[in-house]
Design a protein around this ligand. Structure first.
Ligand SMILES: *[C@@H]1O[C@H](CO)[C@@H](O)[C@H](O)[C@H]1NC(C)=O
Ligand SMILES: *[C@@H]1O[C@H](CO)[C@@H](O)[C@H](O)[C@H]1NC(C)=O
Ligand SMILES: *[C@@H]1O[C@H](CO)[C@@H](O)[C@H](O)[C@H]1NC(C)=O
Ligand SMILES: *[C@@H]1O[C@H](CO)[C@@H](O)[C@H](O)[C@H]1NC(C)=O
Ligand SMILES: *[C@@H]1O[C@H](CO)[C@@H](O)[C@H](O)[C@H]1NC(C)=O
Ligand SMILES: *[C@@H]1O[C@H](CO)[C@@H](O)[C@H](O)[C@H]1NC(C)=O
Ligand SMILES: *[C@@H]1O[C@H](CO)[C@@H](O)[C@H](O)[C@H]1NC(C)=O
Ligand SMILES: *[C@@H]1O[C@H](CO)[C@@H](O)[C@H](O)[C@H]1NC(C)=O
Ligand SMILES: *[C@@H]1O[C@H](CO)[C@@H](O)[C@H](O)[C@H]1NC(C)=O
Ligand SMILES: *[C@@H]1O[C@H](CO)[C@@H](O)[C@H](O)[C@H]1NC(C)=O
Ligand SMILES: *[C@@H]1O[C@H](CO)[C@@H](O)[C@H](O)[C@H]1NC(C)=O
Length: 491
């Protein structure tokens, strides 16, 4: 009896010690890159978030509320507002895109849920006013590609993307690995004709269109029953896994090539934004942004995975991340905050990935960045390793992309000789507004490049006419057109 008691005391002490260790680490801030949820466009060119997608992103936002916001979480971001959002602590951006903007809005509802009575304000005459919808909290999302009056707008409308990245992605189609897969998968793709014949002609059914073919079938398999669409009966999960694997190879190779880094320009810009966001938390001693959130789509994530050598840690990083997946960079310290914000040398970065709808658990998984063993990187190591590929200025973007006109001509005249590895400086660098825009444009460039390639190489006509860059943006979301898809499956 005594022994058992002794053991349980030891266990209790150990448990207490463990808790202490865990709770000694403080989260100072975080950067989250969040993919949108399930989408079902109703008509060609107008994709929208589905109820399922809304539910997915809301659940993820709620998870981050429990991790970073609530006061009893051991990962609560130091000093972050708990019940009522404090907008100065957040920096939230998304491109102008219905699916991604709405995913952001749904996610934010989970991050800071309606506050009820706590959100009430009392007027001078004593009347208390509670905001609509049970104290719903309004959180603006900065758009990274809209605003006709902003300084970035003219550039947005006149630039189609990063030239060198488009050329680089195009080169994939002449690589041996691509040609080999094109041949070896030909009969597999051609066998899909009965399921997709209204969208793709037989000659379009090949590895060339691996992503769009998989995407059409994926949306259909989520939303349409085999009873209504008998052709779907041929769509078993092993076939879908095979098509998804091929789509991932296709997309990863368009997003990243180790010997041709400009292909991953979207990830390089994201890396620069992460540096900027986390650096803002540090240089403001936590008084600036604490949580930066960027909503986006998978291609940027794939580019970053490649650049940060995540496939070396886990080969699954070459797969397309699932709906509602996220990348998280957390700033942590073991220093006591009693004497103020810790010095930079006591600050570390930990990277996490959560694979959204295909993750086994809601919890985040930590992975080592940059093909080194540790999950924890000192801030200075994180900065130097990121700077090896991060784009932190407009001049650098222009130089790497080989673009000249438009905004790059201004950069040409002032900074054409900027070193690629130069550290960012707010004086010689890029305005904050433009920095965000570059991120969006780079993503757009890659998406448009890929779309253009699909159209050129595959001969598919994406029927919606392009009017403006703003209209162009959702191209990636347009690929699966349920209108067509319904026709396919119904026929
Ligand atoms: C925090 O408090 C909430 C509500 O009181 C509770 O449901 C939750 O389990 C607590 N979380 C932790 C980590 O203690
Ligand atoms: C107090 O002011 C608000 C807003 O002007 C008004 O709607 C409300 O009727 C006032 N209440 C009283 C008791 O005067
Ligand atoms: C990667 O780039 C190199 C150099 O441009 C090229 O030889 C190779 O084929 C590319 N690989 C792929 C998969 O595109
Ligand atoms: C097929 O899926 C689409 C997308 O969710 C939906 O709009 C449509 O109603 C579905 N059709 C049937 C017959 O279930
Ligand atoms: C899945 O479908 C493919 C093509 O219709 C078929 O060849 C294969 O045998 C099926 N696999 C299973 C496990 O049913
Ligand atoms: C962080 O910001 C400071 C002040 O703006 C700047 O001097 C420094 O270069 C920045 N560091 C990084 C890694 O961006
Ligand atoms: C990749 O993911 C699959 C399924 O989630 C898992 O079974 C496998 O262990 C993962 N691979 C690695 C290297 O972790
Ligand atoms: C995320 O899930 C997708 C789909 O299951 C998979 O292909 C990919 O490898 C996963 N990524 C990671 C890092 O586990
Ligand atoms: C904090 O200390 C614990 C226990 O020694 C350690 O596991 C953890 O990695 C440390 N975290 C940081 C940010 O130094
Ligand atoms: C850039 O470098 C070239 C060659 O070294 C030089 O001729 C040119 O004047 C430089 N441009 C600027 C803006 O410094
Ligand atoms: C918000 O973040 C974006 C990039 O994610 C950055 O370009 C912008 O400067 C940030 N805004 C502020 C006010 O820090």
């Amino acid at each position: 009896m005594q022994v058992i008691n002794f053991q349980s005391i030891v266990l209790a002490v150990l448990a207490a010690m463990h808790l202490q260790v865990a709770s000694s680490e403080t989260v100072l801030g975080a950067y989250i890159y969040q993919r949108h949820g399930d989408r079902t466009p109703k008509i060609i060119g107008s994709p929208s978030l589905t109820a399922l997608g809304y539910e997915e992103v809301f659940a993820r936002g709620s998870y981050y509320n429990k991790r970073y916001i609530v006061s009893n979480s051991s990962y609560q971001i130091d000093g972050i507002a708990t019940d009522l959002v404090k907008l100065s602590q957040l920096n939230i951006t998304a491109p102008w895109d219905n699916v991604i903007q709405n995913s952001g809005a749904g996610w934010l509802q989970g991050l800071y849920p309606p506050a009820g009575q706590a959100a009430s304000q009392t007027l001078s005459n004593g009347t208390s006013v509670e905001p609509p919808l049970n104290g719903f909290q309004l959180i603006p999302i900065g758009t990274t590609s809209s605003g006709s009056g902003s300084e970035s707008a003219p550039w947005l409308q006149s630039v189609t993307g990063c030239k060198n990245a488009q050329v680089s992605s195009n080169n994939y189609f002449s690589s041996d690995s691509y040609q080999a897969l094109l041949l070896s998968t030909k009969s597999l793709y051609q066998s899909l004709l009965p399921m997709v014949k209204a969208t793709f002609s037989l000659s379009d059914l090949s590895f060339k269109n691996a992503f769009s073919i998989w995407d059409v079938l994926n949306v259909a398999s989520i939303h349409n029953s085999t009873k209504e669409y008998p052709a779907l009966q041929q769509l078993n999960s092993s076939l879908m896994n095979e098509l998804f694997g091929l789509a991932s190879i296709h997309e990863y190779n368009l997003a990243y090539n180790a010997s041709d880094p400009v292909r991953a320009i979207a990830g390089a810009v994201l890396a620069g934004q992460v540096l900027q966001g986390l650096n803002n938390t540090i240089t403001s001693s936590g008084r600036g942004n604490k949580l930066t959130i960027q909503f986006g789509s998978y291609a940027t994530a794939l580019s970053y995975f490649g650049l940060a050598q995540l496939p070396a840690a886990n080969s699954n990083f070459t797969g397309i991340p699932s709906y509602a997946s996220s990348m998280i960079w957390e700033l942590v310290t073991n220093s006591s905050l009693e004497n103020g914000f810790p010095s930079t040398s006591d600050i570390y970065v930990r990277f996490y990935f959560h694979n959204g709808t295909s993750a086994a658990s809601p919890d985040l998984e930590s992975y080592p960045l940059f093909n080194q063993p540790s999950l924890l990187l000192s801030w200075s190591d994180f900065v130097s390793s990121s700077q090896a590929f991060a784009i932190t200025s407009e001049a650098q973007w222009c130089q790497q992309c080989g673009n000249s006109g438009s905004i790059c001509s201004a950069a040409d005249s002032t900074a054409s000789n900027a070193s690629v590895s130069a550290t960012p400086s707010s004086a010689g660098g890029i305005s904050k507004a433009v920095a965000g825009v570059i991120g969006a444009m780079v993503t757009l460039g890659v998406i448009l490049g890929v779309e253009a390639l699909i159209m050129l190489v595959g001969g598919i006509s994406l029927t919606r006419k392009r009017a403006t860059p703003v209209e162009n943006f959702p191209a990636a979301e347009k690929v699966a057109s349920p209108a067509k898809q319904l026709k396919d499956l119904g026929s």
